[in-house]
Design a binder for this molecule. Structure first.
Ligand code: ATP
Length: 215
């Protein structure tokens, strides 16, 4: 029998991917002994107040550039390739089906990682009960956001304190639009990509607040 594999999934708009995402994924991988963490950039994030500023190809590429720092990190394009709004239940169904095709018979412990800000809206996600049949949830701390009260079975979610990295994609977009530095907030290759492709230079949605992600 093949060994059970432990896989984390971190969905997000990644507009752009930043140090907070990478720190959270690494800390969860360390704590839970994950073999892999799959970053899944969203297609159309239904919970955001505004559509992503960067297109899916740019957001995907920035994730590819950022994740080279950790051999456990991977990226999947299942959500950018699926038309319509991105729902976590579809993400997990697609990732599980893809894994079953590639590694038939291998057991997987799936861990769907969310910030506590995103977990707060969990009961409004599409088919939350079905999602919980496909994966455990891992809720990570995030500066400025309290642990929410969500009516979930105690064994459905692990709360994990990760090193606080007080950054959001919203802030990074605003800094770029103001012509200010984002050094240290994103991976150097991502900083270079943003600059080389002129991303975020004009702020399209000044009212957009960090609001979590992922139905
Ligand atoms: P935006 O500012 O555009 O709303 P964001 O910074 O919240 O974006 P997302 O791509 O929406 O980034 O986040 C994807 C996931 O990562 C969410 O579950 C979110 O809660 C989590 N996350 C984002 N930033 C952090 C952080 N600094 N610390 C811990 N978790 C984070």
């Amino acid at each position: 029998m093949p060994e059970t594999c432990r896989i984390g999934v971190l969905g997000g708009t990644f507009d752009p991917i930043h140090a907070g995402h990478l720190a959270a994924a690494g800390a969860v991988a360390d704590r839970l002994g994950l073999d892999r963490v799959i970053f899944v950039p969203s297609g159309q994030p239904w919970m955001k107040a505004a559509p992503p500023q960067a297109g899916p190809a740019d957001r995907l590429r920035m994730v590819e550039l950022a994740i080279v720092q950790d051999p456990r990190f991977e990226v999947s394009r299942v959500d950018v390739d699926r038309p319509g709004p991105t729902y976590a239940v579809d993400t997990m169904a697609d990732l599980r089906a893809s894994h079953d095709r590639q590694s038939p018979g291998q057991q997987v412990d799936w861990h769907f990682i969310v910030g506590v800000d995103a977990l707060a809206g969990f009961m409004q996600w599409r088919e939350p009960s079905r999602l919980l049949t496909m994966t455990r949830l891992v809720a990570v701390t995030r500066p400025g956001h309290a642990r929410p009260v969500v009516p979930l079975p105690a064994d459905a979610v692990d709360f994990i304190a990760v090193p606080p990295v007080d950054v959001s994609s919203t802030r990074i977009r605003a800094l770029v639009a103001e012509g200010r530095s984002i050094t240290g907030l994103v991976a150097p290759a991502v900083e270079h990509y943003i600059s080389a492709h002129g991303l975020y230079r004009a702020s399209r949605s000044p009212g957009h607040q960090a609001a979590g992600d992922r139905p």
